[in-house]
Design a protein around this ligand. Structure first.
Ligand code: GLC
Length: 545
């Protein structure tokens, strides 16, 4: 076996976007007690850990990713005592808890920044990145990930500060040792409390290039995976190594070739979320799914990390639209495409993450007006499109298709009022399809997407070869099918998925001509043929007899 056995390699994760998961107190916002209420649901699904998006004190300009106090819980989510109870109850059920760690930036309401902006000689001044300039002369032309300049002029002291996201999210200055010490003390505080690890937000951005450096064709290159970042990440790793935890870094701009440096035996993190197969900040509406490109990027990561690191596998999160709407067909093949795309990524080598609602095939939201949208980057894009001269219909259409609010609509628990999410009007619009797409309905139906996920989790857990086995792709040039084998000594598995809404025929090489037994699939009569046809969005996994 090329990989040492470790709990987080054998685990399946579940991402909770707390504001939209379950509201326990009827204020329309999901909360910690809502998560506690649903722990038995998660246990029944079979997952091993949850990653919770930020629940810290925050003005909520970027939905909690603008933190004003790292060691306090936002009252809308509950209290620290309730968090402690969640941690204990989850641990009793053998579910681990991974927290979101946002240390590239804080809120402009964090006391460090309030101090920092007061005077140029304030002790906290250097915790952030301040540069000389005049109101009409920005330091350089770097563009923020949320749009506009990365520089914000501050009249009080006549300097600019840097923010690669919103202006209310000033970037921390990682060159300041005292700042790092404070961050590390805070991290230890959470670890000593007993949390089981972190998802590190925007961590490939902590190092910035010289201000004279211009962006390449990638507008974010001057502050994305910049050379010298290893020094900071090694300091973090040394801290994490003191604890038996799991870490997963959000690492835009890191290539598969660089993967081993980030997640190998001596890598900075246990896993990273790579961005190749999902282009998160893409603003324009996409055409048909580019199957060949999708396969190429997934396979590249599989090959680069086999024996050299570990993948975090995901198709959805709180920043991207729903997989069935982007990669599948939510109308004609809703159930089959949700299952097929689920199977496609789930049996790759790595730790699979499921985003809330993905396990019931939740779809994009048919937004009818810009007022239904909350995400700040989407609102900004809408304004820009109108400025460019797009009609209101087209502008809304583009935003509706690409906004991350598609995956942030409330979890659909039942067909009751407010989808069983709350007893009150939710903070974000509810997808009207909750009457047909909901948990209660799917728990009762053995052929549902929910049961399919439950089965995939069970199958993966029962076969070590599906966890640690190596990856081999077949027919890489096939424009419809993704076919791969996982093998570990004598164990062999074959995964075959049609990623399109058309039947797909194939001829497999003779080395696969052996006796394969179906483990699971999404159609009837799925016996193996060396040459045959897969129905639209058909998915199968076999085991060698
Ligand atoms: C990450 C988060 C995203 C957030 C951004 C700024 O990409 O996933 O939701 O807006 O960082 O913190």
């Amino acid at each position: 076996m090329k990989h040492t056995r470790t709990w987080w390699k054998e685990a399946v994760g579940y991402q909770i976007y707390p504001a939209s998961f379950k509201d326990s107190n009827g204020d329309g916002v999901g909360d910690i007690n809502g998560i506690r209420e649903k722990l038995p649901y998660l246990k029944n699904l079979g997952i091993d850990f949850i990653w919770i998006n930020p629940i810290y004190l925050s003005p909520f300009i970027d939905n909690g990713y603008d933190i004003s106090d790292y060691q306090a819980i936002h009252p809308k989510f509950g209290s620290m005592a309730e968090f402690d109870a969640l941690l204990e109850e989850a641990h009793q059920l053998e579910i681990k808890i991974i927290m979101d760690l946002v240390i590239n930036h804080t809120s402009d309401q964090h006391e460090w920044f309030i101090e920092s902006r007061k005077t140029t000689d304030n002790p906290y001044r250097d915790y952030y990145i301040w540069v000389d300039g005049t109101p009409d002369q920005v330091p350089n032309d770097w563009q923020s990930i949320f749009g506009g300049s990365v520089w914000e002029y501050d009249e009080q002291t006549g300097q600019y500060y840097l923010h690669i996201f919103a202006k209310e999210q000033p970037d921390l200055n990682w060159e300041n040792d005292q700042l790092k010490e404070e961050l590390f003390t805070m991290i230890r505080w959470w670890l000593d409390k007993g949390v089981d690890g972190f998802r590190l937000d925007a961590i490939s951005h902590v190092k910035k290039d010289e201000y004279s450096v211009k962006a390449t064709e990638n507008p974010f290159s001057p502050f994305q995976n910049v050379s010298g970042i290893d020094e900071y990440l090694t300091e973090l790793k040394d801290l994490f190594d003191e604890y038996a935890i799991m870490t997963v870094g959000e690492a835009s701009g890191v290539t598969a070739q660089e993967g081993p440096k980030w997640v190998g035996e001596d890598g900075y993190f246990d896993m990273i979320f790579e961005f190749d197969h999902i282009s998160i900040w893409k603003h324009e509406k996409e055409g048909d799914l580019d199957v060949l490109n999708l396969k190429k990027s997934l396979s590249a990561w599989q090959e680069a990390l086999d024996g050299n690191g570990w993948n975090a596998l995901y198709m959805e999160n709180h920043d991207v639209p729903r997989l069935v709407s982007v990669f599948g067909d939510p109308q004609r093949f809703w159930q089959d495409s949700a299952k097929a795309i689920g199977m496609m990524y789930f049996f790759l080598q790595g730790t699979p993450f499921i985003y809330q609602g993905q396990e019931i095939g939740m779809t994009n939201m048919p937004f009818e007006s810009i007022d239904q949208i909350n995400a700040l980057d989407s609102k900004r894009l809408h304004q820009e499109l109108l400025k460019e001269g797009k009609t209101p219909e087209i502008a809304l259409d583009i935003v509706a298709d690409t906004t991350r609010d598609n995956s942030r609509t409330p979890m659909q628990w039942s067909d009751e009022s407010y989808a069983g999410f709350s007893t009150n009007k939710p903070w974000l619009v509810l997808n009207p399809n909750f009457k047909t797409i909901n948990v209660v309905e799917q728990e009762q139906d053995d052929s549902s997407i929910f049961h399919f996920y439950k089965e995939m989790i069970r199958v993966r857990r029962e076969h070590l070869g599906l966890i640690y086995g190596s990856f081999k792709e077949y027919l890489p040039e096939h424009a419809q099918l993704y076919i791969y084998e996982r093998y570990l000594t004598e164990e062999r598995y074959l995964i075959m998925v049609n990623l399109t809404d058309e039947p797909a025929s194939y001829v497999l090489p003779t080395e696969l001509d052996t006796k394969w037994q179906l483990l699971m699939g999404n159609q009837k009569d799925q016996h193996f043929e060396i040459q045959g046809t897969l129905a639209p969005y058909e998915a199968r996994i076999y085991r060698k007899k």
